[in-house]
Design a protein around this ligand. Sequence first.
Ligand code: M6R
Length: 611
Amino acid sequence: MCGIVGYVGTKKAYPILINGLTALEYRGYDSAGIASMENGKICVMKDKGRVSNLNNIPGLNDLTGTIGIAHTRWATHGMPSKENSHPHMDNSETFAVVHNGIIENYNELKAFLSDNGYHFLSQTDTEVIPNLIHYYFSKETSDNKFLAAVQKATADLKGSFAIEVLSNLYPDKMIVVRKDSPLVIGKGSEGFHIASDIPALLEYTRDFYLLNDYEYTVIENSSIKFYDKNLVEHEKEIKNIEWAASAAEKNGFDDYMLKEIHEQPTAIRETIGSRLKLGEACNFSDINISKEYLSTINKIFIVACGTAMHAGLTGKKFIENLCNIPVEVDVASEFRYRNPIVNEKSLCIFISQSGETADTIAALKLCREKGAKTLAVSNVIGSSITREADYTIYTHAGPEIAVASTKAYTSQVVLLGILAVYFAEILESVDTETINNIKKDILELPSKIETSLKTADQMKELAKKIYTEKDMFFIGRGVDYNVALEGSLKLKEISYIHSEAYASGELKHGPIALIEKGITVISILTDEALVEKSISNIQEVITRGAKTIIITNLDLSNAGFENVVKVEETNPLLSPILSVIPLQLLSYYISKEKGLDVDKPRNLAKSVTVE
Ligand code: M6R
């Protein structure tokens, strides 16, 4: 969950590197560092703290090198400190490395290197890499010594890595390689830019090389060469990515999260794209699932983490309701270790905004081994998960920078909804009228989201009243329970307020013991079929002294509740897309009232590439 940046070109490297690190800070922000090639010698500057601290390091502005590597860290092995910051060098200070990922066998490698006379200055797993490169380099006799040494060193690594390597002995060269951690190379007008993700480079280029695992890349001046695992050179296609550079900027909003909340109408419109039109069958020509295949499926698994898993819970309702196929939803970190009963009659769907979440990718690989077909839902073109899956469908939410996911979640729910309609059309599992009605409702979502966004002032006022609280509850039934889970996660992650989400009907089975005078209970109430039961649950907590906030699309004017927040009516299956928005806003404003860093909450990173 660290961010890495690199540059090989004709401009001064260090401002480009710092700019890239700033864009990647959402991936980790406890330490930062750069290495620039200065007159044939690697110069490393690093420290704990945010990227902006690098500007305080004496001599930074004197760097003139045009080739460099950089890193922003999310600590895994060793506390944030200068010694543990990247870049790391080997003992002879010949090789410098930045690394994102985890080297699982680093203790073993450390012991091996120690036996061979190497010593270590940090507690990191990364420091074994430059030393291993040095070890193999000193034994290498081939012409292509640098590349061969990097290849041998990385062949010894277990776990995940995206690395950039510089060497004093090859001052014009950089070698990069990845395995299970993201890395892209952009071709700009003034050089090659390397980064952990595409948005960090959009201001320089839209042309990208998306590296495969163990694809060794050597960049030297204006040349770039790609080699496979056995160092056989090959050509590589460059991909043009359509995202606008402004999509990765704040565009006048105080924070990325607020901007991304407000981008939801556009994100949904783009995700619907040409997939769904009234009077036409859904268009999934990119995956083209046949009736023969779909008819053999007796179970669908949806696997994901965090917010993406919450989107999956609503996906389950869509598929079960429209396609009549049972669906199991699981968090990836549990699923992969529970020996799930998956076989060739299972279709396994994996949802990941980043497409880089380690547990989700591992779960996908497991299902593939068990003979199931796999389908990835991702927001990042060419991300790791999309390269592993049999089928991929993309949300088109644009880059999501804030750690707290908002527009990706609603886009995932919409795309799963359209996928369920597509399956239902293939299987002819529901009548045409039902299909047409839901299509109409999906197409109306972008304008209905605008109404949900208008609750911003109300949510800001509510935030002022409750931001000092220590505990809160979220309750709901059916899809409203899914929204309760998501609202509670959003609150925890950016406001650091403890909260629990419960299915309303479960309250009486224990949690109601925690309800006491003055506690806030946030209730989501959108399904008319469940309204009476849900209202009873709200009354039960009010009777015990709770204050309530109710997110609803129903007319509750005669019920006498305080703090009713209205969203628009829609098909009950789609209501999470409208009712989650006031909760996203509430968390945002609570975090602001508390003076917290909304976009970079403590201990978290956007892309969880460690297990
Ligand atoms: O990139 P992914 O969708 O795979 O990420 C999954 C979770 O880590 C992510 O949704 C996380 O829960 C968010 N920070 C929630 O806002």
